[in-house]
Design a binder for this molecule. Structure first.
Ligand code: NDP
Length: 458
C-alpha cells in the first residue's frame, strides 16, 4: 500500500497548478488538486484572457476610424457593454470547462474546495483530509488597495471585468500593467479616463523611451494622466465617487478602479504551521528549484512573487513535475522573459532596459526608430511606433528589445528566441527584412543613437 493518498497534491488550479499537475500525472504520478474558486485561476477567469477579450473589443474603436481613410463610410457604431460582457463570460465558461476536462483526462483528482495544510504531508480539503508525498502551493495572488478613507467605494480589476454598465467616466489609480490596460480598454469604449500615478511617469521599471511614448499615445487618445498624485481619501457621491489627492486635486467619476499591485495568496492555509517560511510580503520563499523551506513542499507562480506572469508559473510547474516524476531535473531561468502590456498601442519588451544594461555592461549601443506605420499614412491615424535595440558594445550581443506599437507582443515574442540564443547586432543586420512590415525595422536599424551627455547618462 502506498504511504500517502497522492504522490503530488496541488493547492490552486490556476495555470501554474494545472500545468504542474497534468505534467506530473502524464508520468504516472497520482495527483490531487484543489481549487476554492473557479478552475483556471486568475489568468483564465479574471485576468489575462477576459482582459484580452476586452482589449480586442476596445480596439475596434480605432479600426472604425481608420477604415474611413480607406474609403469606407461607417455609420456611427453602437457598442453594447452588456453584450460584450455576456460574450466574454460565455468564452470564460467554455475555457473553464476545458480546464476541467484536461484535468479529468490526465487522471488528476479535482477537489472543488479550499486546501489547508494540517501538517507537512496532510491537507484538509473541504470536509476531507488527504495525504501526499509532495505538496505544491500554487495559490496565486490577489489585488491589493491602500488603506485610505473611502477605499471601500473603489473596485479592483476583478470587478472591472464584470461591471453591470460601462462607466461614463472612470478614475484609475496606478501606473502598472493593469492600470494601463484598463485605462485603454475603457477609453476605447468611450469612457472618459483619468489615470492617477504616484510616480513621475507610468510603467516604473520599463525602458524610459517606452514610458515616455506610451504616455504620449494615451494622452493623444484622450486619457488624462496625473503623475506624482497621491489620493488621500475617496467620498461616495450620488452616482459615483470623488477622489481627493494631496495638493488639492479633486476628480469625480462614476467609478474608481485601483490597480496598485497584487499580493500572494498565502494566508490562513497552514503554511507557517507546516514549517513553510514566508517573506514579509507573504510570498513563499523558494530556491531556484521551487523548494520551500520544507523539503517536499514546493511553490510556483505568483505566490512566490518572483516574476508574476502566467507563462512563468506554467514553466515552473512543468519543470517541477519533470524534476520530481520524470527523473529530468529542470528549473526555469527568469532571464530574458518577454512581457507585454496590452495598452493602445501595445507595448512589448524582452531583456534589459537601456538603464539596466548600462549598469550591467557599461558601454552600450542604442538603436531607436520612431515612425508612423504605413497603415496610418492613409488612415490619418496619428499613432506612432517606437522600436529600440540595446546592444552590449563589448560583445555586440543584443541585450534588450523594446517596442510600443501595433502588434508589439507578436513581434517581440518571436525576437525573444533570438535574444535567448544570444544573437548579436551583426546577426540582426544579416537577417533579411520582410517588406513592408513594421517588424523589419528591427533588422534594418543602422544608426546609433548619440551617446548621452555624461550628466544625463548618470
Ligand atoms: P504593478 O506592480 O505592475 O503596478 C502597480 C502600480 O500601482 C505601480 O504603478 C505602483 O507605483 C502603483 N502603486 C502601488 N501602490 C500604490 C499606492 N498605495 N498608491 C498609488 N499607487 C500605488 O501591478 P499591477 O496591479 O498592475 O499588476 C500586478 C502584476 O500582474 C504585474 O506586475 C504583472 O506581473 C502581472 N500582470 C501582467 C500582465 C501582462 O503580462 N500583460 C497584465 C496584468 C498583470 P510604483 O511604480 O510607484 O510602485
Amino acid at each position: 500500500m502506498p504511504q500517502y493518498d497522492f504522490d503530488l497534491f496541488t493547492i490552486g488550479a490556476g495555470s501554474g497548478g494545472v500545468g504542474a499537475s497534468r505534467r506530473a500525472a502524464s508520468y504516472g504520478a497520482r495527483v490531487g488538486i484543489c481549487e476554492d474558486s473557479r478552475v483556471g485561476g486568475t489568468c483564465v477567469i479574471r485576468g489575462c484572457i477576459p482582459k484580452k477579450l476586452l482589449v480586442y473589443g476596445a480596439g475596434f474603436a480605432h479600426q472604425f476610424e481608420d477604415a474611413k481613410g480607406y474609403g469606407w463610410t461607417v455609420a456611427p457604431p453602437v457598442f453594447s457593454w452588456p453584450d460584450l460582457i455576456a460574450a466574454k463570460d460565455k468564452e470564460i465558461s467554455r475555457l473553464e470547462g476545458i480546464y476541467h476536462k484536461l484535468l479529468k483526462d490526465s487522471g488528476c483528482t479535482l477537489f472543488e474546495a479550499r486546501g489547508t495544510l494540517i501538517d507537512d504531508h496532510t491537507i484538509q480539503v473541504g470536509s476531507k483530509r488527504v495525504t501526499a508525498a509532495n505538496i505544491l502551493i500554487a495559490t496565486g495572488s490577489y489585488p491589493v488597495r491602500p488603506d485610505i478613507p473611502g477605499i471601500e467605494y473603489s473596485i479592483t480589476s476583478n470587478e472591472a471585468l464584470d461591471l453591470p454598465k460601462l462607466p461614463r467616466n472612470i478614475i484609475i489609480v496606478g501606473g502598472g500593467y493593469i492600470a494601463l490596460e484598463f485605462a485603454n480598454i475603457f477609453s476605447g469604449f468611450g469612457s472618459k479616463v483619468t489615470l492617477m500615478v504616484r510616480g513621475e511617469n507610468v510603467l516604473n521599471g520599463f525602458d524610459a523611451d517606452v514610458r515616455v511614448d506610451i504616455a504620449k499615445e494615451m494622452e493623444r487618445n484622450g486619457i488624462t494622466i496625473h503623475t506624482r498624485t497621491h489620493i488621500e481619501r475617496i467620498e461616495s457621491i450620488e452616482g459615483g465617487v470623488t477622489a481627493y489627492a494631496k495638493g488639492g486635486l479633486e476628480v469625480s467619476a462614476d467609478c474608481i478602479l485601483y490597480a496598485t499591485g497584487r499580493k500572494p495568496c498565502s494566508a490562513k492555509m497552514g503554511l507557517a504551521e507546516a514549517g513553510v517560511k514566508l517573506h514579509h510580503d507573504g510570498s513563499v520563499i523558494v530556491d531556484d528549484w521551487q523548494h520551500t523551506s520544507v523539503p517536499h513542499i514546493y511553490a510556483i507562480g505568483d505566490v512566490t512573487n518572483k516574476l508574476n506572469l502566467t507563462p512563468v508559473a506554467i514553466a515552473e510547474g512543468r519543470a517541477l513535475a519533470e524534476t520530481l516524476f520524470n527523473n529530468n531535473p529542470m528549473n526555469v531561468s527568469h532571464d530574458n522573459v518577454s512581457t507585454a502590456v496590452f495598452s493602445q498601442p501595445t507595448i512589448a519588451t524582452v531583456g534589459l532596459t537601456e538603464e539596466d544594461a548600462r549598469k550591467k555592461y557599461g558601454p552600450v549601443d542604442i538603436y531607436r526608430a520612431r515612425f508612423k506605420p504605413l497603415k496610418n499614412t492613409v488612415s490619418g491615424n496619428e499613432e506612432r511606433t517606437m522600436m529600440k535595440i540595446v546592444v552590449d558594445r563589448a560583445t555586440d550581443k543584443v541585450v534588450g528589445l523594446h517596442m510600443v506599437g501595433v502588434d508589439a507582443p507578436e513581434i517581440i515574442q518571436s525576437l525573444a528566441v533570438a535574444i535567448t540564443c544570444g544573437a548579436t547586432k551583426k546577426q540582426f543586420d544579416r537577417t533579411m527584412a520582410m517588406h513592408p512590415t513594421a517588424a523589419e525595422e528591427f533588422v534594418t536599424m543602422r544608426d546609433k543613437v548619440p551617446e548621452p551627455k555624461a550628466d544625463s547618462a548618470a
